[in-house]
Design a protein around this ligand. Structure first.
Ligand code: R5P
Length: 317
């Protein structure tokens, strides 16, 4: 593996502020490249620097517009492969299509698996990602996947904002139990633990059927991977307050944020929403209750370790 120079970084258009922050952490410049579109919408890529033999990391969350950003990532990798690059690692802080990781009814696709195939065929040697909705997606790749977690960043932040022994960590649905329990390990065992039982009659409608655990008098922290419509968090927050919670915060990794979600979250009973910058959040989607923590130091550390063939697993938990 070429390790004669440092890691090289290329950014797609999905989240340049994050790519620039990672580059600053690593003390490198982003590679110069044209990543634009032809008049009919086809992605156009041209690399402006020699990448022969280089260890290149392509920073591109596949956030909305998901298909455009995914195609950019694939086409950047194709350009790298055809330019005799040494190794390609797509850095996908938010992996679009992750919620379609299994069939929930007959005659449905498994889109996350198809996306994994596309990324591999385009030339990825390994993948660096963060908080996949389902860990099973790691197995959709036949190349190494380094799967990081943002929970420790948020737990560390909230430890300094809230009295740990008066808090309860809450999984807003059964699928979030493992994530919330790992969060509690980092946040502090003095906190309580609870689970909200969620039901989705249709993909964008959320109902809650009850909860397991005691949150009376507690400051609750809901832990989840994605906020899209905000329905999951808002229904859960209402239920927790009905069960005597003092206040409810949310710690969520990926701010997908459907168009009306910012206003609904601001008007909701949530006291605060703590997200990360895996997805670029434009100013018009930011709202007073929102706090954005950066995953750039974590991703830069992982890139440094991958480039130098050092262990990444201690960053996993
Ligand atoms: C899936 O269940 C995920 O973990 C999230 O809970 C979900 O994507 C959140 O979506 P929404 O904000 O639309 O309820």
């Amino acid at each position: 593996m070429p390790a004669t120079t440092g890691p090289r970084l290329i950014a797609g258009n999905a989240n340049r502020p994050l790519a620039e922050a990672i580059a600053r952490q690593l003390g490198v410049q982003l590679d110069q490249a044209t990543i634009s579109a032809f008049s009919d919408g086809e992605v156009r890529v041209q690399l402006h620097e020699n990448v022969r033999g280089a260890d290149v990391f392509v920073v591109q969350p596949t956030s909305a517009p998901v298909n455009d950003h995914l195609m950019e990532l694939l086409i950047i990798m194709d350009a790298l492969r055809r330019s005799s690059v040494g190794r390609i690692t797509p850095v996908i802080p938010y992996f679009g299509y992750a919620r379609q990781e299994k069939k929930t009814a007959g005659r449905e696709p498994i889109s996350a698996k198809l996306v994994a195939n596309l990324i591999t065929v385009a030339g990825a040697h390994r993948v660096l990602t963060l908080d996949l909705t389902a860990r099973a997606i790691e197995g959709f790749f036949d190349i190494p996947v380094d799967h990081l977690r943002a929970g420790p960043i948020q737990a560390h932040y909230l430890q300094h904002q809230l009295p740990v022994a008066e808090c309860a960590i809450v999984a807003p649905d059964e699928g979030a139990v493992d994530r919330a329990s790992r969060f509690q390990e980092r946040f502090g065992r003095g906190s309580n633990f609870a689970i909200v039982l969620k039901h989705r009659p249709t993909p964008d409608v959320t109902e809650v059927r009850g909860m397991i655990g005691d949150v009376a008098g507690r400051i609750c922290i809901l832990v989840d991977d994605i906020i899209s419509t905000g329905g999951t968090l808002m229904r859960a927050a209402e239920l927790l307050l009905e069960h005597g919670a003092r206040e409810v915060y949310a710690a969520v990794t990926h701010a997908v944020l459907a168009p009306d979600a910012p206003q609904r979250l601001q008007d909701s009973p949530l006291a605060g929403v703590i997200v990360t910058d895996t997805i670029n959040i434009p100013p018009d989607k930011r709202f007073p209750k929102l706090t954005v923590l950066s995953v750039a130091p974590l991703l830069a550390d992982a890139i440094h370790r991958i480039h130098n063939d050092q262990s990444v697993s201690e960053l996993y938990n």
